[in-house]
Design a protein around this ligand. Sequence first.
Ligand code: FDA
Length: 307
Amino acid sequence: MLGPVLLAAARSDGIRRAVSAAPVTRPVVDRFVAGETLDDSLAAVRSLNARGLEVTLDHLGEDITDASEALRTRDAYLALAEALEAEDLGVRAEMSVKLSAFGQALPGGHDLALANVTSVVEAAAQAGTTVTLDMEDHTTVDSTLAILAELRERFPRTGAVVQSYLFRTEDDCHALAGEGSRVRLVKGAYKEPATVAFQDKHEVDKAYVRCLKILMAGKGYPMVGSHDPRMVAIAQDLAHRGGRKPDEYEFQMLFGIREAEQERLVSQGHRMRVYIPYGTDWYGYFMRRLAERPANLAFFLRSLATR
Ligand code: FDA
């Protein structure tokens, strides 16, 4: 019940100011965000890599309002790519980007986001790694997949995210299941209308399994983005039955969530990639984490009560 309220709050400037200023917020944010600086994120990369986990780094930010902010996002990712090149980790550390932070929603935003993200994808290739385009609300999907198609002409390893809660996603999975395609399947984290998305969690889960089957049967590289033990077990079973080797798919989970399970999967020989968000603009990301699980919200509320 609270989920939709929190997702609406994720887009409210007033609530953003109140939550960001509350002194108790910081320790709770730290559970889900690796830190504010590039150095903080690199420390998290080293710690996770040392435990056999791979990473994808997200410089926090979304929904910007002018083109200069888009350039700041681009520059933050260029600095990240340079740092990753110096660490020489290859695809053990890749990058995830939100195109809204590259200007996608501004006038002429499609071309602006494409131009800005292209520099980042070039820098990633130079660093021996790659980029995955996160998926945001449903109004952005066509533009994001069109940008993906353009990027893949020069950088075929560029990845995309699809969300099982959208009705369209099974078709998108068929279109993206070809040779060399890297696709992260998630359930979806935005507040979407009933005209475009399943509202019932059970329907979203069933759609996730249908999409998994398409991606696992295809020729691409499926990235299973879920903390759900049932989805993880089904993915393992499909990969096994389809004869996929451990380096022909991977699991992905968010920083700070189900860490014991992340390490358990690695110890079983699976490839596990942790999504590491860092930066100062953590509000939208943090509110989506609170919205998707009562226990996350309870953790936040307990920290308020124990002050
Ligand atoms: P869900 O929230 O349905 O929970 C199912 C079960 O998983 C729970 O009952 C519990 O057993 C277990 N579980 C979940 N959270 C747990 C926790 N904190 N502790 C213990 N157990 C827990 N979304 C999007 O719209 N666009 C995107 O680009 C991305 N990118 C992305 C990258 C990665 C790597 C991940 C893992 C997720 C995303 N997401 C995303 C978010 C995604 O859409 C979704 O909101 C969350 O992953 C939550 O859905 P789950 O499948 O994890 O399980």
